[in-house]
Design a protein around this ligand. Sequence first.
Ligand SMILES: Nc1ncnc2c1ncn2[C@@H]1O[C@H](COP(=O)(O)OP(=O)(O)OP(=O)(O)O)[C@@H](O)[C@H]1O
Ligand SMILES: [Mg+2]
Length: 698
Amino acid sequence: MRLDELSFGEKFKKILAAEGIQELYPPQEQALKAGIAEGESIILCTPTASGKTLASEFAIIHALEQGGKAVYVVPLKALAYEKYTDFKKYETMGFRVLMEIGDLDAKKYSHKPDYDIMVATAEKCDSIMRSRPDWFNSVTLLIFDEIHLIASDRGPVYEIIAAKARKLLPGIQVVGLSATIGNAGEVAGWLDAKLVESDWRPVQLREWAVVAADGINSIKKIVKDNASKGGQVLVFVNSRRSAEAVAEQLSELKLNPEKKEQLSELSEKILSALPNPTKQCERLALCAKGGSAFHHAGLVNSQRTAIEDAFRQGLIRVIAATPTLAAGVNLPARTVVIRDLHRFEADGLEKIPVLEYKQMAGRAGRPKYDKEGDSIAFAKSEDDREFVEEHYINGTVEDLHSLLGSEPVLRMHVLSSIASEFTKTEDSLLSFFATTFYGYQYRQGGRFEKEFRKTLAKTIKELSEWGLIETAERFLNATPLGRRVSELYIDPMTAKTYIDLFTKAEKQGKHGSLAYLEVLCDAAEMRPHLRVKKEDESTVWAEAFNLEEDLLRELDGFDLDFEFLNRFKTAKMFNHWINETTEQQILEDYNIPPGILNQKLQNLEWLAYAAGEITRLIKLRKTSILLSNLEMRVKHGIKEELIPLVGIKGIGRVRARKLYNAGIKTPADIKKADIISLKKLLGEKTAEKILNDPTLCE
Ligand SMILES: Nc1ncnc2c1ncn2[C@@H]1O[C@H](COP(=O)(O)OP(=O)(O)OP(=O)(O)O)[C@@H](O)[C@H]1O
Ligand SMILES: [Mg+2]
């Protein structure tokens, strides 16, 4: 079908034509026939790279032309950014596009009624729905990208969003996109959606299994063969360390010699991502010089995007990555190498699911970039090769199973349903959860009501005991505390721990920062903690016992609690941060990559904020003030005395320390200070900028 045969969206068609799209892909045509552009709910289960995004855009344009609004839910911030950038093109049609990925406090959500398309991460979307903004009533379309993630640990949020939206907005169109669902019929059944399936792919993908016991040599050969034809390679491995090692060995191939200068520039850029480059930065910068890179959660954002962009531009010719890269990101790999089909789990090495294999393989041969694609999975022996062929290449993807039934997950969503006055009785909770995928799957098995009633009753009892909800007659209401916990988007169990231990802090007057940090780290949101090595255990125990007086819990009986030990180590690392140890030093001492440290600090800042809010509500006055201070200290990595200074735009931990040591301790001191010494301390430009800032002494 030709683009100009579409019977709607005149401007839309022009935008697409300008992008070079003339013919629709067959799965897109199938989706149209099934009514995707007429408000019909659809599960679109078609191969990777088969153009599912555009198919969902037909639904978006239809919804907007009818005066509705569309919400596009993605699993990752990186993907939100990719889609947001892509959808920006619709602004020329007069539609406003908004990206929501940030702060999860529903109370702070500022209502923005004048957008038309919102791209949001699942948690943010759920959080926004908790605050029930008015505009939500005009949403007529909800799209879930990568809907197979419904069976991952973050999947329950997808379920809740869908179930709530369908209850609040009867008739809402729901579109789910995925290349890899075993039981797509079941997912469609749950959402009363039509199922559109196809095997069609715009670029042929050949999947191979090869015996490659020599690992890196085989990878080198594949990379060299590709490079000679201008092709690029993605190598998937199962650990950060492997990704780095493989990328380093590949950089020896000096892959893009004619672009030497640009690669040097890229290398410089990577090296200067942090004020003091870490070993990881140095390794990555060195790889880049040789035309290779590694990609994993330990990179800081600017490095990650620099690498992705350089790969898109054909500058970096090979990336060795952990599987997080596989989730729907559009990178031009002619060939994918899957070196590891196992990964480390709590019980040791385990086979990865077929679903993950297919997602990785599907990164090869993306339209616009390549005419064909190869995915090469490594096997250790001939027997293994046969297994890989049968199990992965010709195998079927697993069925998706809901994880909503687990107690911690349920706890959070039961509270949020009650707090946002979405459900008011046990029965209405039951019928609401019956409309989730969890309820749907269990009802199919004839088991839902009896078992779920029991779990629900237990959850309600727990939430009441923790003071988060109360029952009057048969009505369930959230207490002000419960409502706040729900808005803050933290696990009720985390809230309970904080309430108990910070009450103790207030009563006993124990306010040491390490004690606070140890409590803050006791949250599902802070896992995984740093691990204490076997040989260090006794030293860390000794240290903890020494500090027991200052901590908020007794260590007796904790002897075998590794959780505590790991948490204590994590808290210690944070304590260094807020006492101005350099980032470089922390990264080295704790052997943690910068990207992971950043993530953990962001989580901690959030938890300190949440704890500050909760303790303020229950009138732990001193503790709440100290927690707010701690939040600032975590944000900036400073001792308490620098707090007034970091409030000034342009002043971070390093400059604030310089000023303070020179006797300039507050914004008022800056105003009074002698300009020459200020310039000496801060540099000419910064000093002038700060002095000219009208908000300086506000
Ligand atoms: N009709 C079309 N003609 C030409 N190119 C198209 C067409 N439809 C989509 N594309 C291009 O195909 C590429 C892949 O599309 P898209 O990212 O939507 O794949 P997908 O089906 O979502 O895959 P994945 O499952 O990996 O997320 C994009 O670069 C897109 O611009
Ligand atoms: Mg996609």
